[in-house]
Design a protein around this ligand. Structure first.
Ligand code: EZ4
Ligand code: CO
Length: 402
């Protein structure tokens, strides 16, 4: 069997997505997500100029061999662009293998380890009152776990909050926006928010929070300690993870569980944190961490250390990634939770899929493959529209982590 064609499809049904379609001479094709938010065109060029010419003529059934060839054969290893491109190929090849077998992908990964994937949604509000209402609305539609972000008094634009109560979307059209950050204002606000939240909703629902890389280790330790009475499911990205030993300091001070890794792209990013038991959940997902093949290795290392998965699932991960992540998550032994930020109706129409949300759980479908397709004619009606994540500065003008 041979790969006879491969094509990159870029579409913007509300936000930009990059999709790789691999076609075989067996009449079967596969899809992989290659979206890297704000750096989409770098992955497109990597795939079109450097990867696709090497794929034509190869046997699509040799998934691991092609993965190793693309990783080791480039000489320049790792990095978000490379690993996203490899992930697109790998996901498409798993889709093809499952279609050839006539099985939903999870069957090839060992079958179901659970009945469904507990999902967490995003509840946001410009102030405490609006945030409390948003959390209740999410619980009312069945979520058992909710990530809570709120506007901070004195700060104009805050991560996770949409202006005017609209659905939150991290990337904005045009060049990157600048936002102002104050650690002091944030640290004053968040513990009070969660106290009020627990008083309103009790301790039944799981509550999560994303610090989004803003704190130093000692500040994160203080936040984790302050939040202990509110028993969070996790505190995400408390400090930039390049400083991996910084997590030991946080760990020494608090039992608030820690989730890290949505920006990680290989097992080497995860190794120290996992082996030293500095985190509880690993957030790497299919599209940015080398596809199904590599994510399985990350999860296997995590399993040895009782670290569970918490795959990234924001809107910049296309339905193709979500479909693949759900097949992975239902099969893997150490699944923890799955992020769920529903796509727009336009995106769902461009990417017909058979996964679904029911009673707080996400469920992959039974269609052979990962169960997500692309309507190319519809996709062509939404051309690429540059959009970027914002940037952050402290109140004195110093560049900070967004
Ligand atoms: O900012 O996906 O936990 N979710 C997040 C996301 C990220 C975006 C970056 O592209 O942190 O909202
Ligand atoms: Co995050």
């Amino acid at each position: 069997m041979k790969i006879v064609d491969a094509k990159v499809i870029v579409t913007c049904p509300g936000r930009n997505f990059v999709t790789l379609r691999i076609v075989t001479d067996a009449g079967v094709h596969g899809l992989g997500d290659g979206t890297l938010n704000g750096r989409e065109k770098a992955v497109v060029a990597y795939l079109e100029d450097h990867v696709i010419p090497c794929l034509i003529g190869r046997d699509p059934q040799r998934i691991e061999d092609i993965w190793q060839y693309l990783y080791k054969g480039a000489y320049w290893r790792r990095g978000p662009v490379t690993m996203t491109a490899i992930a697109a190929v790998d996901t498409a090849l798993w889709d093809i293998k499952a279609k050839l077998a006539g099985l939903p992908l999870y069957q090839l990964l060992g079958g179901k380890s659970r009945d469904g994937l507990m999902a967490y949604s995003h509840a946001n509000g410009r102030d405490v009152a609006e945030t409390l209402d948003a959390v209740e609305a999410h619980l009312a539609v069945g979520y058992r776990a909710v990530r809570v972000q709120s506007g901070v008094p004195g700060l104009d634009k805050v991560y996770g909050i949409a202006p005017g109560g609209k659905a939150y979307e991290p990337a904005q059209k045009g060049l990157p926006q600048e936002t102002i950050w104050s650690t002091e204002k944030y640290l004053d606000h968040v513990p009070r928010l969660f106290e009020k939240l627990r008083a309103r909703v009790g301790f039944g629902p799981h509550l999560l929070h994303d610090v989004h890389h803003r704190l130093t280790p000692i500040e994160a330790a203080r936040l984790g300690k302050a939040l202990e009475p509110c028993r969070l499911f996790w505190m995400e990205d408390p400090t930039p993870a390049e400083d991996q030993e910084g997590f030991r300091l946080i760990r020494n001070h608090t039992v608030t569980p820690i989730a890290v890794g949505e920006v990680f792209n290989s097992v080497w990013d995860c190794k120290h944190l996992i082996e030293n038991r500095l985190i509880d959940y690993i957030r790497a997902t299919v599209v940015h961490a080398g596809g199904i093949s590599h994510l399985r290795k990350i999860a296997a290392l995590a399993e040895l250390h009782q670290v569970r998965t918490g795959c990234h699932g924001a809107t910049d991960l296309s339905p193709v990634c979500m479909g693949a992540a759900l097949h992975f998550g239902i099969a893997v032994a150490n699944f923890g939770i799955q992020e769920h930020m529903p796509h727009t109706a336009e995106t769902d129409a461009v990417f017909p899929h058979d996964y679904r949300f029911e009673n707080g759980f996400l469920l992959p479908g039974e269609t052979p493959g990962h169960g997500v397709e692309i309507d190319e004619a519809l996709a062509a009606r939404y051309p690429y529209d540059p959009a970027y994540l914002p940037t952050a500065r402290l109140e004195d003008g110093t560049v900070w982590s967004w």
